[in-house]
Design a protein around this ligand. Structure first.
Ligand code: FAQ
Length: 339
């Protein structure tokens, strides 16, 4: 807290509002602001919406938060596909709650982006017109009920591994949104694990279905962490700004190390002949990732890219009346309040 005050004091001094001297000239003030920002990041302080920040820091955050928000709402589609076909009322209720949680995560994240001055309409427009990305993982189909378990175990598991460090992101609203998101994702991960365990211990057909789902979702889940470090365009700067706390490869390795023993407990195998413990590295080695497939999915050539965006745009258009009604209702109350 003491350092937070130092950060604010430095800016107040530059503005001449700290009661200690006249405001600095414009160029000196910009330098003082930047120094205060750098000091705040170095001291692990949070940057808040009204604080000065470099334009590139702002645009990097908007890019990452928007992609993250888009992933949450597009990510509703593969699992929502199974709500009407869930095998029991209990499973249906759990799945509905989970898919609804993902919509909530999208809302927190679009709100976090709004604090940076970029509205939801603009971001959705960029998603719909292909100018912004969403996670590659949601361009794969959910072919059987076991895919719901594999998504929970692997996709939510990868999301948590990536997002727990984001709770310590230097930008306050994003970091705070992540705290709640991670709590909910951890419930999602456990429900996926429990679903797969039930199938794995079920009939031979159910076991085979669980194994097939894990075989299909494993490699795309490893791709969620992004390109290898030496090809990651944004990592170095994002880590210097403490937006990202670990590199893509570090988090991918952490995820593999978590999953290998969990797969054994599930009685399932990973579709990789190589995940074995490396005494020297104190990590599991794992086989090569097909980065050509990753790049193709990012270019729009994954199995479901077109379907996902078409469905998203349809949902947006069909929801126009809800947005209009909500705006009219809010407007009526504002007018009534003023009268
Ligand atoms: N898919 O330089 P880097 C979830 C892009 S949430 C698509 O390494 P960065 C919850 C990257 O944007 C899942 N694009 O980039 C859920 C950049 O492109 P650009 C989403 C990818 O940002 C569960 C370019 O490649 N999570 O699953 C991917 O430093 C179940 C170069 O890459 C988040 O978004 C990819 N996998 O690191 C919901 C977490 N990877 O912008 C429903 C927050 C990279 O230059 C059901 N985001 N790219 O055009 C992050 O942590 C980071 O943005 C990374 C990428 C790690 C994803």
């Amino acid at each position: 807290m003491a350092t937070a005050a130092a950060h604010q004091t430095a800016r107040a001094q530059a503005d001449g509002t700290a009661g200690a001297g006249a405001p600095l000239e414009e160029s000196a003030r910009a330098t003082a602001y930047e120094a205060a920002f750098d000091a705040a990041v170095a001291a692990d302080e949070r940057i808040e919406p009204r604080d000065w920040m470099p334009d590139a820091y702002r645009s990097t955050l908007v890019r990452q938060i928007a992609q993250h928000a888009h992933s949450e709402i597009i990510g509703m589609q593969p699992e929502a596909n199974w709500i009407t076909r869930a095998p029991s009322l209990r499973r249906k209720a759990i799945l509905m709650a989970k898919v609804q949680d993902e919509a909530g995560h999208g809302l927190y994240l679009y709100s976090a982006a709004e604090t940076l001055g970029t509205g939801r309409d603009e971001l959705l427009d960029k998603l719909h017109s292909g100018r912004q990305k969403y996670s590659s993982i949601f361009n794969y189909p959910t072919l059987t009920w076991a895919d719901v378990g594999a998504i929970g175990w692997l996709v939510d598991g990868a999301a948590i591994t990536n997002q727990v460090p984001l709770c310590r992101c230097s930008y306050g609203p994003y970091a705070r949104a992540m705290v709640r998101v991670c709590k909910e994702e951890s419930f999602h991960q456990r429900q996926g694990y429990e679903l797969l365990l039930a199938l794995s211990r079920g009939t031979a057909e159910q076991h085979a279905m669980a194994q097939d789902a894990v075989d299909r979702w494993w490699w795309p889940s490893l791709m969620m962490f992004g390109p290898p470090d030496d090809e990651s365009a944004h990592s170095a700067q994002s880590m210097a700004w403490k937006i990202k706390r670990h590199s893509n490869d570090e988090l991918r390795q952490r995820f593999v190390d978590i999953c290998v023993p969990q797969a054994q407990s599930l009685g399932l195998t990973l579709p990789d002949p190589e995940p074995r413990w490396n005494e020297e590295r104190e990590h599991h080695d794992f086989g090569p990732i097909d980065w050509t497939e990753f790049r193709e999915v990012l270019k729009g050539n994954g199995p479901c890219n077109e379907q996902r965006i078409t469905q998203r745009k349809r949902a947006h258009d069909e929801g126009a009346w809800v947005r209009d009604a909500a705006a009219a209702y809010a407007g009526k109350h504002t007018t009534a309040g003023k009268a």
